[in-house]
Design a protein. Structure first.
Length: 367
């Protein structure tokens, strides 16, 4: 393989390892097709393992391979990956990619102070609106996700802590939403082991549940992660304040408030009326970092790709992609286009080498 260069960022504490020029072929007509190829390819998956596994990475590493977009409506595409494979969406990664695109010079920062970076991901088309100051420095980034919605409510799941009532919400990936307060567990670092165990338990219990089947694309089916939430009330500014931890893949923990998970939460809170129109969610992570999120546009129904939902904004921001399938109904009617705001920062540029005498290739994972 020779060498491979990465640019490492973190978004609210969660790592994202960008591979601008993957040294492997990843063919496909769309980003979703390329993901399907990557899952089957020993060579592509081997590169993922090399950059994610120890000693070059760790069990909670996250990253992405840049690939061509689905069409000329996007700036580039990306295949998101973690220690267990390739995901369909990643909000914190989208934020990091938006900042990287500006800071690397791939996209020139607009003089207005806001530059749109459009990215094709396996679940559709997303965008990062990168905000810069008068010196050109990045101050924040908005993540505008694919249309998101509440899929199911009140699914009973038996856990070691008792019976849980679980909701399902889509934010480019499917999340199980768990009320930590009801189960008597707080989202704090010294309870991380318990939180991981609960997250794994809920995900396993919902494996194969009919409500987790995507109505039009089975590649998007299944629970990706479990979001455990504590409700902290309302801030002095009237923001709904929640703390969460997202346990995704097989016990991997998001250090950030989780971008696509926050989008799923916005959809659920909007659908149930817990988040009023125009109100902001202050979403706090297990390490205390924060995203702020709100509904950018409400959808009336249809396929979620702007074809028949009556929302021009939805069509412009979601672009092409799987949505939830024309002519199908997945969960509650309609949905929302979420906007999530945070920051991302570059931490390193790395050139990885493979020593032919090294017997720890692609590496190992300790959890």
């Amino acid at each position: 393989m020779g060498t491979v260069t990465t640019v490492d960022y973190h978004t609210a504490g969660e790592p994202f390892r960008i591979v601008p020029e993957p040294p492997v072929d990843i063919p496909g007509t769309t980003v979703a097709d390329r993901r399907a190829f990557a899952i089957r390819s020993a060579e592509v998956d081997g590169l993922r393992q090399l950059l994610c596994f120890e000693p070059r990475g760790h069990a909670d590493m996250y990253g992405g391979f840049l690939v061509p977009p689905d069409d000329d409506g996007a700036d580039f595409g990306v295949l998101f990956w973690h220690k267990d494979g390739f995901s369909t969406a990643c909000g914190h990664g989208t934020m990091a990619l938006g900042v990287w695109a500006i800071e690397s010079g791939l996209i020139r920062a607009d003089d207005s102070g806001t530059t749109e970076v459009v990215i094709d991901v396996p679940s559709g088309r997303v965008r990062a609106a990168v905000h810069t100051d008068e010196t050109g420095g990045v101050t924040s980034v908005d993540f505008v996700n694919v249309p998101s919605r509440l899929v199911a409510t009140g699914l009973p799941v038996t856990t070691a802590r008792g019976e849980a009532s679980v909701d399902l919400a889509w934010g480019g990936a499917l999340y199980a939403l768990v009320d930590g307060d009801a189960l008597g567990i707080t989202v704090e670092p010294d309870r991380l082991g318990e939180l991981i165990a609960l997250g794994r338990e809920v995900k396993a219990a919902l494996a194969g549940h009919p409500a987790t089947a995507h109505p039009s694309d089975d590649r998007l089916s299944g629970v990706y992660g479990t979001i455990i939430v504590n409700r902290l009330g309302t801030t002095d500014d009237g923001e709904v304040w929640h703390r969460n931890v997202t346990v995704f893949a097989d016990g991997q923990v998001d250090r950030s408030p989780c971008g696509s998970g926050t989008a799923a939460r916005i959809a659920a809170l909007s659908a149930t009326g817990e988040l009023d129109s125009g109100q902001t969610l202050l979403h706090e992570s297990i390490v205390g970092t924060r995203f702020r999120a709100r509904v950018l546009a409400e959808l009336d129904g249809g396929d979620g790709n702007g074809d028949s939902d009556g929302s021009r904004e939805a069509g412009r921001t979601s672009g092409s992609g799987a949505g939830w399938g024309a002519g199908t109904s997945w969960g509650t009617a309609g949905g929302v286009v979420p906007l999530v705001t945070g920051t991302a920062h570059r931490v390193a540029t790395c050139t990885f080498e493979v020593d032919p005498r090294d017997d720890l290739v692609p590496g190992f994972v300790l959890r």
